[in-house]
Design a protein around this ligand. Structure first.
Ligand SMILES: Cc1ncc(C[n+]2csc(CCOP(=O)(O)OP(=O)(O)O)c2C)c(N)n1
Length: 815
């Protein structure tokens, strides 16, 4: 990489600008210094700070405009302060995990300190004008986790500039002039996310400016154990754009203590990215970490004396000061005064934030102590109660959990007593518990009219001449209509563009709607997910395809950590209504027939999971999701694309409600609960069972998340009193989830006359070939055996043995 020659004066910035930067840098530094003490003295649980990284962040803030997006990590407090999106009070409120969304707007106490998010949505979930302020996507802790979404945040500018139909979306973009700025630590660049995202950004020519904060270490591990040749700059050389060419990145290598060079590099990188949509990488070298990685350890344990001494002389703030003084821009005494003012501002903010955080909890504590003291006066356990209260009042930090713990101790100690005082305390404790649970329990999904659960269902209608077509043609008609009515809708994935996806759902739609709206991507599931998240955060509606369900695992970290948690972790400030389209359950072999639904159900709470049994149901679910504001995964049935279905006359309006099961076959003896590809098998098994006098009711749950909102399954159990769940995931996978939902959550237990049964796939992966499939996944006969065996247990005389004895638990169902 070429070094930028350090720029000397004059700069476009005024002396006042530079002094303001100097003071802000020191405010941020003092916030770090005080913050560490707050953690070490136990007032905060943990602290991670941006000391040593102040200067490049100030330079970055100087080129950052309203409407630009940051996708960064926990070192960026100075930047956030410099663009006016983080006050010192907010910084400390988050350090204390203050759950008040006004005092701690970034995550309402849900995230560790230094995890930032700006308000893309208002309190009701409506979009705000994204171009009015500098924006930051919500941070998260997994290293490099911010990289996939950076792809989409940058790429959105291209779509806004190049798609004429988006010209009216002026509260989202001004002609695609926005730049997405990424930040990442040097060690996190060892993650695959980093390289995949860089490659995708380059291919997409997304206006991204990525800063690498290189302080030589990842906690204790130096660059020689992170990167080939210990040199990221050299590794990135292959991405360099050659003179006169359009593809590639502009690369800059700058010392992190050289403010003039940083300003110059950021100006050049941001201008080109904004104007020409050419991405850039700034390798910001020679940064320091004066207080070490975080409050969980000290860097003296792993840095040499020489390195520690070097860090002192290369501290950015020290160099900044020298540069201002040597350049004749400021007097030492003037800078001393600014430093003092900064220290006072940080200290005052810390005190205010602490008081504001503690005040309401102390008030609650006082209310509790008053009630508990009244009880103590008339209780036989008075002594014990007073001792518990004294312990509570001695604590340095008032915490609601301590109030709850003490309240429970008091209520347990007085459990045999009856008094108005005790009743009052018990009621207060319950109210306090519920209120505090609710404090943390908002915003997992969209609410009110934005929720896809609020979308009015529309049943499929057919004309006399409605044609019978292949399943994929139903989807094709649905997508075509959606692309026509929603200019902000884009679809992409491997083979989605030119081919129209491997099963032709998008056949011909690229030709019709354009290469930017129906697009091919590289084989990069993680950043296909990230591309979708970034686009959706900027107001677009992506349908992002993962070619086969088994490959969702490649994108799962991003889905689970970023997308599914986004609305919740930003306390409703941000959301990304991404639709992940995939296909699976049953085709051939280990990686084209898996059905890891239990894993998904557990890992993507915050998303909806749709498992349509055919393409008409799938189309109705896509329409419902597009009318809502939540992220979701739709798993189409792999072997359904060539099955014949009638094309609904209202394919564009059809809307299937989420979480509403359908009874596919009525019966009074047993309830067979299933979804997706297993629906067909369950019906075949039910036909076979009917020959033995057992009438099975087959219920298609249609979506796993949400699960059976009206309670259709329990309604069926009231009639049949027997439950068999059929699922092609491993034993204890999605079937266990369904069992919990039916038996525990919905109270199905009370209607059961026999132990519930799950019929699932084997623990090993699905085997290749038709016989392999039969002996590793549930089939008609296995479902029959399970139901018949259950019936025999209750009425052996009525159901004589079929004679197929199988050793449980290898394969369920001796009959
Ligand atoms: C996926 C993941 N692995 C490990 C960690 C634990 N961890 C937190 S920060 C960190 C080091 C990151 O170093 P670097 O990227 O250089 O950033 P720096 O903290 O030095 O600014 C590690 C290993 C994590 N947060 N996420």
């Amino acid at each position: 990489m070429t070094d930028i020659a350090p720029l000397r004066l004059p700069l476009a910035l005024s002396r006042e600008d530079l002094l303001a930067d100097f003071r802000l840098a020191w405010e941020s530094r003092h916030a770090s210094l005080i913050g560490r003490k707050e953690a070490l003295t136990g007032k905060a649980k943990f602290g991670i700070f941006g000391d040593g990284k102040e200067l490049p962040q100030l330079a970055l803030a100087r080129v950052f405009r309203p409407g630009d997006f940051r996708s960064g990590y926990y070192r960026d407090q100075t930047f956030m302060m410099a663009v006016g999106q983080l006050s010192l009070d907010e910084f400390f409120a988050q350090l204390y995990a203050d759950p008040d969304p006004v005092r701690e707007p970034h995550s309402a106490g849900r995230q560790m300190n230094a995890h930032f998010a700006t308000a893309l949505r208002d309190r009701e979930g409506r979009w705000r004008d994204l171009t009015a302020e500098p924006q930051s996507s919500a941070d998260m802790s997994p290293t490099a986790g911010q990289m996939p979404r950076l792809v989409g945040l940058g790429y959105a500018s291209r779509l806004y500039r190049e798609l004429p139909a988006l010209a009216g979306f002026t509260t989202f973009s001004k002609n695609g002039d926005e730049v997405a700025f990424g930040t990442i630590g040097n060690a996190s660049c060892a993650e695959g996310h980093f390289w995949e995202a860089i490659d995708a950004i380059g291919v997409l020519r997304a206006p991204v400016v990525l800063s690498i904060w290189d302080d030589g270490y990842g906690i204790s591990v130096p660059n020689e154990f992170q990167h080939t040749k210990a040199n990221l700059g050299e590794l990135l050389e292959g991405f360099r754009r050659h003179p006169g060419q359009r593809d590639g990145f502009d690369l800059y290598s700058v010392a992190g203590w050289d403010y003039a060079a940083l300003l110059e590099a950021y100006r050049a990188a941001a201008d080109t990215a904004r104007r020409e949509h050419v991405p850039a990488i700034l390798h910001v070298r020679e940064l320091t970490q004066p207080q070490g990685h975080s409050t969980s350890g000290s860097h003296e344990r792993y840095k040499s004396k020489d390195r520690l001494a070097w860090e002192e002389t290369h501290d950015g703030l020290r160099r900044f000061r020298a540069w201002l003084v040597d350049g004749g821009l400021a007097e030492p005494a003037e800078l001393d005064a600014l430093e003092r003012q900064a220290a006072t501002a940080a200290r005052d903010a810390q005190r205010r934030a602490w008081e504001a955080f503690q005040q309401p909890i102390r008030d609650e504590q006082r209310a509790f102590v008053a009630l508990a003291t009244s009880l103590a006066e008339r209780s036989a356990a008075g002594e014990e109660i007073r001792a518990a209260l004294a312990g509570l009042e001695r604590a340095q930090t008032a915490l609601r959990r301590q109030i709850q713990a003490t309240a429970h101790e008091v209520l347990i100690a007085t459990r045999a007593e009856g008094s108005a005082e005790r009743d009052a305390l018990a009621a207060w404790t319950a109210g306090h518990l519920v209120a505090n649970r609710e404090l943390y329990d908002t915003d997992l999904h969209a609410s009110g009219g934005f929720s896809p659960l609020a979308v009015e269902p529309v049943a499929a209608t057919y004309r006399d001449d409605s044609p019978t077509v292949n399943g994929f043609e139903v989807l094709n008609a649905c997508f075509d209509a959606a692309l026509a009515r929603m200019p902000q809708l884009v679809a992409f994935g491997e083979d989605v563009g030119k081919l129209g996806d491997v099963n032709q759902g998008f056949l011909g739609l690229q030709e019709k709607h354009g290469v930017l709206r129906v697009a091919d991507t590289g084989i990069r599931e993680q950043t296909i997910m990230g591309q979708a998240i970034g686009l959706a955060m900027r107001g677009l509606r992506p349908i992002a395809e993962i070619q086969y369900l088994d490959y969702v695992l490649y994108g799962l970290q991003t889905l689970s950590d970023d997308l599914a948690s986004l609305r919740w972790r930003s306390a409703g400030r941000q959301a990304a209504p991404v639709i992940v389209r995939t296909r699976g359950h049953r085709l051939e072999g280990v990686w084209h027939a898996g059905s890891p639904m239990g894993g998904l159900v557990n890992l993507v709470r915050g998303m909806w999971i749709c498992v349509p049994r055919n393409m008409t149901q799938a189309a109705g679910m896509y329409n419902t999701l597009l009318a809502g504001d939540d992220p979701a995964i739709v798993v189409e049935v792999l072997n359904g694309y060539r099955q014949k279905e009638r094309l609904p006359a209202n394919i564009a309006e059809l809307r299937v409600p989420l979480g509403v099961p359908e009874i596919l076959r009525a019966g009074s003896d047993v309830t067979l609960v299933t979804y997706g590809a297993c629906c067909r098998l369950a019906i075949e098994a039910a036909d076979l069972l009917a020959k033995t006098g057992i009438e099975a009711e087959v219920v298609d749950v249609q979506t796993l998340l949400p699960f059976d909102r009206p309670g259709v399954v329990v309604e069926s159990l009231r009639k049949t009193n027997r439950l068999v769940i059929v699922d092609e995931d491993v034993p204890g996978g999605a079937s266990a989830f369904m069992l919990q939902q039916i038996v525990e959550r919905a109270g199905g237990f009370w209607w059961l006359d026999a132990p519930p049964v799950t019929v699932t796939a084997s623990e090993h992966r699905p085997v290749y070939g038709s016989d392999g499939d039969y002996f590793s996944k549930p089939g008609r006969e296995e479902i029959f055996r399970a139901v018949y065996a259950q019936a025999r247990e209750l009425a052996p005389a009525r159901f004589p043995p079929i004679g197929v004895r199988v050793r449980a638990p290898l394969r369920r169902g001796s009959a």
